[in-house]
Design a protein around this ligand. Structure first.
Ligand code: B12
Ligand code: SF4
Length: 553
């Protein structure tokens, strides 16, 4: 017998048991990348948080299936974009797994918008396995575009918006009560005829210390250790633990979608709780490195100092793949003290979010509120403390002009940073920049969610051809990193940490050996730079010193 539950049929047979016996699978879909991107893979923190919340509420039949780790080497080309790939376990493998586990409910997370087509594949596989299994989508993308998700993929039954740490238990309990009334499930979105019923969201979680330790034991940690292609792939040991010690960021960068989801209030774990999370990872998994995934880890420098004190006895190598602000704390002496503490606690590098070298664009358009002098000062302070500095920049913002690009390149070229990432700006749903792009019809014709990656042009450029912009970004990246690598052995040593064997043809290598290809001719970076100096910038990538010289003679 079936009863109708808001357009979906839920079998009484399935649900004639106690809700605590529910069989719940949480799945992380295949990822999408461009061919020359590193294929990163790390334990899915969000799903481990949800599983921990469920377990704390008495649910015990839980499975996390991360397709990326289950079949990391199943790499396929993607039709929707040239040079694009997708990797991870196939739909058939998922069905096989579901046949073993027999879930009642499946939660699918699409952490990135660029993953959503793959998340739909998961939904279709689940319904192929059993059309009565309930499929729920959540995570950043689905939270921002719930109607679109439900319209685009009929195999998705519900979207649950917002942080899922506690809302999942309510959802499973309510759906098992069979009340045909899910109005009390925070953030739930469901179809109602041609309309959508959208429940109010749960308040953001403020007591971060109350969150249980993520259910790392439900994922194959040893496999992640073996592949060792984490957010920061330059690892000394593969035994890496990833944690997030805060959520939310007080800043308002107009391109950032983290704050759309996690808000502007900085919600922090106490140093003691961070210490407990790290103790657990060391004791249970013998981690040797820690990657801190916070969006803006140093918002509270006093907390940073205390965390350093609390974890330094573990003698871990600590990295922080996301950038921190360059002006925290504002007092430079205190900043130096914080960097020294970080160094002592195991950090060997910090990352800074600079974004753009044009102060007006940076502050008036991007909304970063950052004095670029502080970036220069922070590089010096970090070096004094014995830390390397990685800086992050972007190009290709809507309506950006040559002047802004030139200023970014000149600022970056003259900065004493030890490595750089210069990315193409990518519109992310929910952000102010997305709205600007949408309103002004600036999506590049090749743009779709799959191709919304920072190695591709997603926004129609204003005063430069798209191919030229892409080349400029790629070549400037190489130049910046080449320049930096010439200065310090420590920087060259860092590149040696990347496992080259895993990726075969991937182009991540020591930038000292980088070159630029022009008209099918390979020009080594040393020649490119020695001929260019660091001033003229536009078309730097296309400058071909030998040809220029030949033409002159
Ligand atoms: C770590 C990280 C990565 C890691 C891997 C993450 C992993 N597998 O765990 C790596 C390095 C691979 C990565 C890559 C990229 N990333 Co990233 N990444 C992050 C980061 C810093 C942390 C993610 C995290 O663990 N969050 C903490 C957990 C607790 O949150 P969560 O996963 O969202 O889960 C919660 C909720 O979403 C919800 N939930 C999650 N899943 C589900 C499922 C269901 C069913 C339900 C109901 C609820 C639910 O409950 C969870 C607990 O509260 C975020 C920033 C951020 N603050 O989240 C960016 C972020 C997710 N990344 C982002 C982007 C853009 C990228 C890249 C495209 C960028 C790039 N430079 O290449 C690539 C994409 C790579 C690819 N191949 O597709 C954007 C995504 C925005 C978007 N809409 O696409 C973010 C938000 C950063 C930002 N500033 O905007 N990233
Ligand atoms: S500082 Fe980082 S996390 Fe905060 S709004 Fe800017 S990009 Fe987002």
């Amino acid at each position: 017998m079936h009863l109708i539950l808001n357009n979906i049929y839920v079998s009484r047979m399935t649900f004639n048991k106690n809700s605590k016996d529910a069989r719940i699978a949480l799945i992380s879909p295949r990822a999408v990348a461009s061919k020359n991107m590193i294929r990163r893979v790390q334990p899915p923190l969000g799903l481990c948080c949800i599983a921990a919340g469920l377990r704390e509420n008495g649910f015990k039949n839980l499975m996390i299936y991360d397709t990326l780790i289950e079949d990391y080497n199943d790499v396929r080309s993607l039709k929707s974009g040239d040079g694009m790939i997708t990797y991870g376990a196939s739909g058939e493998k998922i069905i096989e797994k579901m046949n073993d586990f027999k879930p009642d409910i499946v939660g699918v997370s699409s952490l990135f918008s660029s993953q959503v087509s793959q998340a739909y594949e998961v939904a279709r596989a689940i319904k192929k396995y059993n059309k009565e299994t309930i499929v729920v989508f959540g995570g950043i993308h689905a939270s921002d575009k719930p109607e679109e998700v439900l319209n685009d993929e009929k195999c998705v039954d519900f979207v649950m918006r917002g942080e899922g740490d506690y809302t999942w238990s309510t959802f499973v309990e309510k759906i098992f009560e069979n009340k045909n009334n899910l109005k009390d499930v925070p953030g739930l979105v469901q179809r109602k005829g041609k309309e959508f019923l959208k429940n109010p969201m749960a308040p953001l979680i403020h007591d971060m210390d109350a969150l249980p330790i993520p259910a790392w034991d439900l994922v194959p940690m040893e496999k992640y250790f073996e592949i060792a292609m984490y957010h920061n792939p330059y690892v000394k040991s593969g035994r890496v633990g990833c944690i997030m010690t805060s959520r939310g960021c007080p800043d308002r960068c107009y391109f950032c979608s983290s704050t759309v989801f996690f808000g502007h209030k900085f919600r922090q774990m106490s140093p003691e709780r961070v210490g407990e999370m790290v103790d657990y990872l060391v004791e249970k998994f013998q981690i040797k490195e820690l990657q801190i995934e916070d969006d803006n880890f140093a918002v509270n420098p006093i907390r940073v100092n205390k965390i350093c004190d609390r974890i330094k006895h573990h003698k871990l190598r600590v990295t922080m793949p996301n950038a921190m602000r360059a002006d925290t704390p504002l007092n430079r002496d205190k900043r130096l003290e914080m960097f020294k503490n970080m160094r002592e606690a195991g950090w060997d590098q910090i990352g800074l979010g600079v974004e753009c070298g044009d102060p007006e664009f940076l502050n008036d358009v991007i909304g970063k509120r950052l004095d670029l002098d502080e970036v220069v000062a922070t590089c010096d302070l970090a070096h004094q403390a014995g830390l390397l500095v990685h800086t992050n920049f972007m190009m290709g913002f809507p309506f950006e002009t040559k002047k802004t690009r030139d200023r970014t390149i000149n600022f970056a070229m003259n900065l004493d940073s030890d490595s750089y990432s210069l990315s193409l700006a990518t519109p992310l749903p929910g952000t102010k920049m997305w709205d600007i792009v949408e309103k002004n019809n600036l999506f590049h014709e090749s743009y779709n969610f799959d191709t919304g990656l920072p190695t591709l042009v997603s926004i129609k450029p204003h005063d430069i051809k798209d191919v030229e912009l892409k080349t400029l970004v790629e070549n400037t990246n190489k130049k910046l990193n080449y320049k930096a690598s010439q200065k310090k052995q420590a920087v060259r040593d860092k590149y040696k940490l990347l496992k080259s064997s895993v990726h075969g043809d991937r182009k991540y290598m020591d930038p000292s050996s980088a070159s630029i290809e022009i008209d099918k001719e390979i020009i080594p970076m040393s020649k490119v730079l020695s001929n260019e100096g660091t001033h003229g910038t536009e078309n730097r990538g296309a400058a071909r010193p030998e040809i220029v010289n030949k033409n002159k003679s």
